[in-house]
Design a protein around this ligand. Structure first.
Ligand SMILES: [Zn+2]
Length: 100
């Protein structure tokens, strides 16, 4: 396993180490992974919000429409799906903070 130099204290550390054993600075890879996870999480949150807006922008169901109840249920389901996507995005974005 190759050795790299810690950018904080300059000591040689394994490139597979998640943090420098000398000063505790997280490795570049871990920092990159965290940033990537956070970006991915926020993209998912954005998709969820976009999805909810899409559902919201649908024209309201006319009263007396033969599928009124079905469409109302579908719209509610759409909101829930959007909220679940947002929740998953928040979870992904925050999951990177657990091991710090
Ligand atoms: Zn160090």
């Amino acid at each position: 396993m190759p050795l790299i130099y810690c950018s904080e204290c300059g000591k040689q550390i394994s490139d597979s180490a998640t943090a420098c054993p000398n000063c505790g600075k997280p490795s570049e890879k871990v920092v990159r992974d965290k940033a990537g996870k956070q970006v991915a999480g926020w993209i998912i949150v954005g998709l969820g919000i976009g999805f909810d807006f899409f559902v919201y922008s649908q024209p309201p169901v006319e009263a007396g429409h033969p599928n009124e109840q079905k469409l109302a249920a579908l719209r509610l389901f759409g909101y829930v799906v959007g909220l679940v996507i947002i929740a998953v995005g928040c979870w992904v974005a925050n999951s990177s903070k657990e091991h710090s």
